[in-house]
Design a protein around this ligand. Structure first.
Ligand code: DGY
Length: 325
């Protein structure tokens, strides 16, 4: 008997073919709409493997419905959508897709930093809306990037890749991380800092840490209050790490100069969200890893993990270190 797997979103044809050759596969056949909870609850009952996205909350109550589930393969590096403890308790393997999206996400983070600092979206709108009357000395002036200080909150793979881009712009780089990384300091030419002093000294603060209970609202009113009035906050990690209400206030009160956000506390974010309306905020719909090549690699990696899990070998990207049954 082929293992039964459920895929929560339409995947490219070639990938679907590969899964179907090994598994009895069922898939939510929509590209733009998430699988309804009740469909997932039904499908998970008989599944041996689940391939899901960050849009699905795989919590204790849904795992409770699963009778045979061996593996949850998340097509993302972040896995805050999955209750890892509950999976571990139930002997269900959980995997993610690290590595393949590092450079693409670092590219987008730096692009967002530049777009925010140099007011690219606002400038483009200005031109398109017919507001451009003349060249004038202080028109649409932004913040310099070259030679500025970048503070990275969370030095993982993507943070390190961001450093390489920043060094090309001769930036002075500070980092804050739960554990200090002396080797990286030497190799990358960066300096460890407390969160407080990083916030106070940086021209750009990039949030790059995983989202956990401990990092929920890590950047709130108090932290924003430490930042320079000319500083820019960039978040391409997870929305919940930044307290959005506090950020809105800090932007309105001109405590900080601008923000670039690829992620939000609630996604998809609604168009009435107050942060979207501010001219000094550049907002994107969670596209950090969105290049054709990278999204394809993420899908392939998630499938590899899924197939390893349902065929009883240890998946390469196992997060919860279980013994394979
Ligand atoms: C991830 O992988 O966690 C990103 O947020 C989506 O690529």
């Amino acid at each position: 008997m082929k293992p039964r797997v459920y895929i929560t979103r339409k995947l490219p044809e070639a990938i679907v073919k590969k899964i179907s050759s090994i598994c009895d596969m069922r898939m939510w056949n929509e590209a733009e709409t998430p699988v309804p909870r009740e469909v997932l609850e039904k499908e998970i009952q008989e599944a041996d493997g689940l391939l899901c996205l960050l849009t699905e909350a795989i919590d204790d109550s849904i795992m409770n419905k699963a009778k045979h589930l061996k593996i949850i393969a998340n097509m993302a590096v972040g896995y805050n959508n999955i209750d890892l403890d509950s999976a571990t308790k139930r002997g269900i393997m959980v995997t993610n897709t690290p590595g393949v999206l590092t450079e693409t996400t670092a590219d987008l983070t730096f692009a967002l930093l530049m777009a925010t600092a140099r007011r690219l979206v606002e400038s483009s709108d200005y031109l398109r809306n017919g507001e451009w009357q003349t060249w004038s000395p202080m028109q649409l002036t932004g913040q310099d990037i070259y030679g500025a200080t970048l503070g990275i909150v969370g030095l993982g793979r993507i943070g390190e890749a961001l450093v390489k881009r920043a060094k090309g712009f001769d930036m002075n780089v500070l980092y804050y991380n739960r554990s200090r990384k002396p080797e990286k300091e030497k190799d990358l030419g960066i300096e460890f800092s407390s969160l407080e002093s990083l916030l106070a000294s940086s021209d750009f603060v990039c949030v790059m840490t995983p989202y956990t209970k401990e990092t929920h609202h890590l950047i709130g009113a108090e932290q924003l209050g430490l930042m320079k009035e000319s500083a820019v906050l960039i978040n391409t990690a997870r929305g919940g790490i930044v307290d959005e209400e506090a950020l809105y206030r800090a932007l309105i009160d001109k405590q900080i100069w601008g923000a670039g956000l690829d992620v939000f506390e609630q996604e998809p974010v609604c168009v009435d969200h107050p942060l979207i309306k501010l001219p000094n905020v550049v907002t994107l719909p969670h596209i950090g890893s969105a290049s054709i090549a990278t999204r394809t690699k993420m899908a392939e990696l998630a499938v590899m993990n899924l197939l390893q899990g349902v065929t009883n070998s240890t998946p390469e990207n196992l997060l919860n270190k279980l013994e394979v049954k």
